[in-house]
Design a protein. Structure first.
Length: 114
């Protein structure tokens, strides 16, 4: 059972940047694909970005393309989400997720003020 712990959320002004981290334990990180989702109040959970096990395949939701970058460090069992040019509509709880086992982290709050 893979366990996930997100960190790096916080309050930032519009136009600012944050980097989220998701540390994994309890599994073989290098063979699992990972993605990030977010959920704003009153809205369904939304896909943000995907990265394959070796990092060779990456894709993004249109809403974040060109602003967010997903990456991973298999030596550190960690996946990252670099978020630039943040907008108030990016405000949400951000979750990392293991594709193969459907494990979720507890989420980290990102708030972007205008």
């Amino acid at each position: 059972q893979v366990q996930l712990e997100e960190s790096g959320g916080g309050l930032v002004q519009a136009g600012g940047s944050l980097r989220l981290s998701c540390a994994a334990s309890g599994g073989i990180f290098s063979i699992i694909s990972m993605d990030w989702y977010r959920q704003a109040p009153g809205k369904p959970r939304e896909f943000i970005a995907f990265i394959s096990s070796a990092g060779s395949s990456i894709n993004y939701a249109d809403s974040v393309k060109g602003r967010f970058t997903i990456s991973r460090d298999n030596a550190r069992n960690t996946v990252y989400l670099q978020m630039n040019s943040l907008k108030p509509e990016d405000t949400a709880v951000y979750y990392c997720h293991v594709v193969e086992t459907n494990n979720w982290g507890q989420g980290t709050q990102v708030t972007v003020s205008s």
